[in-house]
Design a protein around this ligand. Structure first.
Ligand code: N01
Length: 492
């Protein structure tokens, strides 16, 4: 049943999210001459993850020249690795320059997308009651949109201030406060060095230490910017070199995991150089193969943890009592604030009730038996739904924007095919979906992500890797070169 009513906004293509995925889709549709689309954004500005994650020190660990759209090179990047404010501004610039702003509906927090088999259209309902209707839905919600909180008894009754890295409370003055930080992932290693000099005590709760390498970061020099401005091809060449070099890492992750021993050696030297306390050194040294979890980059992390006001706690947290965090060994630590660097609900690409396909099936239920999509983009039983950065599209070594651009090209080609051939719906064949995923899973066997001796969010609870792309990203791009209609059941 469609929830269509008089105030329903009708269009052809509904894009959910205005992060890099949504923006890229919008630009590519415009370039293809398609104007009848709407971008639904739950926030009050475009930008997605890079709008929301404004914690101190937020930056990207992929070089700026690669972490940007190929069609919109930016000669003005101030650093080799872009910071959050610059990335957010870049996204706003893209929205303005490519005329996407009139297509954006802000504060449209999507609650449900429901497919109607009779009309072959999707009805999308926002939490504030607004209704949108279109024949195609492109989900650019991404996996890093919903913060994940640890399940610790008593946490909801904590008597101090608490917030997540993705919902940072800048009004809370950390100066002189006793602070607990839970989590030691990509976000925490960026904000801990920023706050350690302000707080009086930092109790840093580490479950698994990450491998951290030095970051080859620094300001982009004036002459480099001038060169990129005057001779844009030089930035393209630079980007291609960065891309090519990073693709070589894939060999270490997939084919020769022993090569990762060199990464471990470098990371251990990094610890040795900045951490003099032998106990902390040992606590900070991982016991799994580098690459099993995302390898992190920082030039100030170990110096921060080495400071005397940092108490690195490796005992698990048992409960929170009043203002105290109690660990399993019975130690109680009183704190004024808890900051969560505990990541995102990455396995929740389709929260229950969000995508209802043919025969009223909920994608969350369909995915109970395994999160999978064809070419990371389409799912049987969910016609005309395209998922950006879907299952097995994640990358740990290069820019996700490369993946996003590859998918956008495929989706635009699918939409053009539907229009040219007057197709009402395209639904990937179940046998094609299965065959594809069997292949992807077989390629992941033996990789450092599946066998590196760690427990990471790359793997689901049953140990299946439905997060990462298993090989070179140019192979991903090549399979998404054009829409392969024969893999789909089509209805006119
Ligand atoms: O989250 P994470 P993040 N009790 O999932 C710990 C991207 N990113 O927000 O390792 C105690 O990496 C958890 O411990 P363990 C990037 O893709 C990109 O830092 O599971 N601890 C871990 O230490 C990244 O991967 C950039 O044992 C708990 C931490 O919390 C993704 O965002 C920059 C716990 C979570 O680490 C997420 O990064 C920043 C519990 N119950 C982020 N639950 C770029 O530069 C979790 N932890 C592109």
């Amino acid at each position: 049943m469609s929830a269509t009513n008089a105030s329903t906004e009708k269009t052809s293509i509904l894009i959910i999210g205005t992060g890099f995925s949504g923006l890229c889709m919008g630009v590519q549709l415009k370039k293809a001459g398609i104007e009848d689309f709407v971008l639904l954004e739950r926030g009050d500005d475009v930008g997605g993850t890079w709008r929301d994650n404004h914690y101190p020190g937020a930056a990207c660990d992929v070089p700026s020249t690669l972490y940007s759209f190929s069609f919109e090179p930016n000669p003005e990047w101030s650093r080799s690795f872009p910071t959050q404010p610059e990335l957010f501004e870049y996204q706003r610039h893209v929205a303005r320059k490519y005329g996407l702003t009139p297509h954006v509906r802000l504060k449209a927090d999507v609650q449900e997308c429901r497919y109607d088999e009779a009309t072959k259209r999707w009805t999308v309902t926002a939490k504030d009651g607004r209704v949108f209707e279109g024949s195609v839905v492109v989900s650019g919600m991404g996996g890093l949109s919903n913060p994940s909180y640890p399940n610790i008894p008593g946490l909801d009754q904590f008597e101090g201030e608490s917030f997540h890295s993705a919902t940072w409370n800048h009004d809370f003055d950390l100066r002189g406060k006793r602070v607990a930080v839970i989590g030691t992932g990509a976000s925490a290693i960026q904000f801990v060095p920023q706050i350690v000099g302000k707080v009086s005590e930092l109790h840093y709760f580490q479950r698994t230490p990450p491998w951290v390498l030095p970051k080859a970061d620094g300001p982009v020099r004036g002459w480099e910017k001038s060169m990129f401005r005057a001779l844009p091809f030089t930035q393209k060449i630079y980007r291609a070199c960065v891309y090519g070099l990073r693709e070589c890492y894939v060999l270490g992750f997939t084919t020769f995991p022993k090569v990762m021993a060199a990464v471990e050696w470098l990371a251990k030297a990094h610890i040795h150089r900045h951490v003099k306390d032998p106990v902390k050194r040992q606590q900070l040294t991982p016991n799994y193969r580098a690459g099993c979890k995302r390898v992190l980059l920082s030039n100030d992390y170990y110096q921060a943890v080495a400071r005397p006001n940092v108490n690195l706690v490796t005992d698990g947290i048992q409960e929170v009592r009043g203002k105290r965090v109690v660990t399993k060994d019975g130690t109680e630590r009183e704190v004024d604030a808890i900051i969560f660097g505990t990541g995102f609900k990455i396995q929740e690409l389709a929260p229950k009730g969000t995508f209802i396909g043919t025969a009223g099936r909920d994608l969350a239920d369909v995915w109970q038996s395994g999160v999978e999509a064809y070419r990371g983009t389409t799912i049987s039983g969910f016609p005309n739904l395209f998922m950006m950065v879907g299952p097995n599209t994640g990358v740990g070594h290069t820019s996700i924007i490369y993946v996003i651009e590859s998918q956008a090209r495929y989706v635009v080609d699918a939409i053009k095919t539907m229009r040219d051939q007057k197709l009402g719906s395209v639904d990937v064949r179940p046998e094609v979906l299965k065959q594809y995923n069997d292949k992807v899973q077989s390629m992941l066997v033996g990789t450092v992500w599946n066998n590196g001796g760690c427990k990471s969010w790359y793997l689901s609870e049953n140990g299946r890797n439905n997060t990462l792309w298993p090989t070179f990203t140019f192979r991903f791009r090549s399979q998404l070169k054009s829409f392969d209609q024969a893999s789909y059941q089509v209805k006119r």
